[in-house]
Design a protein around this ligand. Structure first.
Ligand code: B12
Length: 475
């Protein structure tokens, strides 16, 4: 069959991200013996026309739409992407008779609502490398696609789903030939690293999160040797920055340590990044190993510095782990971004102040702190159930595609946003979601790349904000 994969994501917030999942899906279709093309809409000015053109030119039998984001996760300036996705699918329908299938991280979060909103024929959940070829061969042979694990559909108004298989192994299918599918130079010009994933699954129980539902609760690890081979292939293709995009990079701890050891022994000349360090496993030996491996920037998803809030969020760590991680960061040279999530269950003015005090006193002035206010509510999470019990969430699940957020009844939105605005004014290394929404951010990445600045750009947050403030720009 002829298969067209369309990567729908065009968000540049906080920066362009390479369509990793779409590349995996395209490579999986090729592995299944299908003639495959990928249309990446990231840099397209007229996406609907681009879809129509691709459909008319290629005449695909199957159009697979890779949906990464439902919305921008920003309570203050919410942007929803589903109407755009529905428009693109309608454009494909106008231009060709392909059967339309959804996949991707967004599809995994709300398959039924997305199928209904976009009127796609099918949705395939789980790892594309395992599920997509099976789905395609079922279609090609006339077998029932619903017999394939991970496939769902709405027929006659009724949603049916075959649960995804969370036992398939994580292997070479996770390392597509990126350069075959996307314009790597265009991403490099936007200072976007090439993403790599080293495992599936998430065993943690954070009350707001969809990761275990999307990938299963048990780990499926890639052999570190396979990851190192993929790194060397990318380096040979000219890639200079690689970002590990695991749900949590440093768990299992031994796997991360082994990978860092192998990367240090077999240097590829690439810089590494990850924004996904869990504080429980962020200690001095890990940071030493990461530094030796060639990491150039790390992010710690701390969420709060208050033990009560961390417990209510279902976190596996407490504030003592944050303090230990801060000490380890101080002892190393790695630039670090700390990320906090304000407004979760149990949050009060006092707990917000405790988190801000940690950020002021324990984070180096040269490091960056990112604060998000309000937590996006997703169907099926414990936080959704809590919000319904509190009475703060009343809308039916099908409508939760529109951005809806949890905010603790113990803290008023106005006070929280004003307090955050004051903290970011006073501390040039603090940023909040409104900084990510700055319209000139993409131009800034381009300029920095042109000037030879190395990733990550956020390590210059303080300097950039000082310059912009001096120019009278609120950033
Ligand atoms: C790492 C990460 C980031 C990094 C990205 C770094 C980078 N260089 O790529 C950073 C921190 C920058 C980031 C930012 C954002 N992120 Co983010 N991120 C992730 C994370 C943890 C992993 C993403 C990833 O690359 N996975 C690896 C790839 C291979 O997986 P995948 O894309 O899902 O593809 C697989 C399957 O979905 C499927 N598949 C994919 N496409 C297709 C197509 C077809 C046809 C088929 C059949 C199958 C298929 O097969 C693939 C292989 O297994 C996910 C969580 C998660 N577990 O998905 C969140 C996640 C994708 N992010 C999310 C969000 C919201 C955002 C932001 C909007 C938030 C913000 N304002 O910062 C931005 C948007 C950035 C942008 N420009 O688009 C949401 C998206 C869903 C939603 N809730 O809307 C997720 C799911 C987290 C969540 N549950 O809320 N993110």
């Amino acid at each position: 069959m002829k298969v067209l994969i369309v990567s729908v994501n065009r968000s540049r917030q906080p920066g362009a991200v390479l369509p990793y999942g779409a590349c995996v899906a395209a490579q999986a279709a090729v592995a299944g013996g299908h003639e495959t093309r990928l249309l990446d809409l990231m840099f397209e000015k007229h996406p609907e026309q681009a879809v129509e053109r691709a459909c008319r030119g290629f005449r695909p039998d199957v159009a697979g739409f890779s949906l990464r984001n439902i919305d921008n996760n920003d309570m203050r300036n919410p942007v929803s992407y589903t109407a755009e996705a529905a428009g693109l699918i309608a454009a494909a329908r106008r231009a060709c008779g392909a059967r339309v299938v959804l996949g991707g991280a967004a599809a995994a979060v709300m398959p039924q609502a997305l199928l209904s909103r976009t009127r796609a024929d099918w949705c395939v959940l789980g790892d594309a490398a395992a599920a997509f070829p099976r789905f395609l061969s079922a279609l090609a042979s006339g077998a029932a696609p619903l017999s394939v694990p991970g496939v769902c559909t709405i027929a006659g108004g009724v949603f049916s789903a075959n649960p995804p298989d969370f036992t398939t192994s994580a292997g070479a299918g996770l390392f597509p030939e990126f350069g075959r599918w996307v314009n790597l130079r265009a991403y490099a010009r936007q200072m976007a690293a090439v993403p790599l994933k080293t495992k599936f699954g998430c065993p943690f129980g954070c009350v707001y999160c969809t990761y275990p539902a999307g990938e299963g609760g048990g780990y499926r690890l890639c052999a570190p040797e396979t990851v190192v081979r993929a790194v060397h292939k990318l380096a040979a293709a000219g890639v200079r920055d690689i970002e590990f995009v695991d749900n949590v990079f440093n768990s299992p701890y031994a796997h991360a340590m082994q990978l860092c050891g192998l990367l240090a022994q077999n240097p590829a000349g690439t810089r590494f990044h990850t924004m996904e360090l869990n504080p429980e496993f962020t200690d001095a030996p890990l940071l030493t190993a990461m530094q030796r491996a060639g990491f150039a920037g790390i992010g710690i998803t701390a969420e709060s510095a208050d033990d009560g809030v961390l417990a209510a969020l279902g976190k596996n760590y407490g504030s003592a782990h944050l303090h230990r991680a801060a000490r380890a960061v101080e002892e190393h040279k790695l630039p670090c971004m700390w990320m906090f999530l304000l407004g979760g269950p149990g949050e009060t003015r006092a707990t917000v102040r405790r988190t801000l005090a940690f950020a002021r006193n324990r984070v180096r002035a040269s490091d960056t702190v990112f604060f998000n206010a309000g937590i996006r509510l997703y169907p099926g999470t414990p936080l959704e159930a809590a919000a319904r019990l509190e009475g703060s969430l009343t809308m039916p699940r099908e409508e939760m595609l529109e951005p809806v957020f949890y905010l603790s009844p113990g803290v008023e939105k106005k006070w929280l946003l004003e307090t955050l605005a004051a903290a970011t004014r006073e501390n040039m290394n603090f940023i909040a979601s409104d900084t990510l929404a700055l319209p000139f951010l993409s131009g800034l990445y381009g300029l920095a790349h042109f000037a030879g600045v190395r990733q990550p750009l956020w390590k210059h947050t303080g300097t950039i904000r000082r310059i912009l403030t001096g120019l009278g720009v609120r950033a």
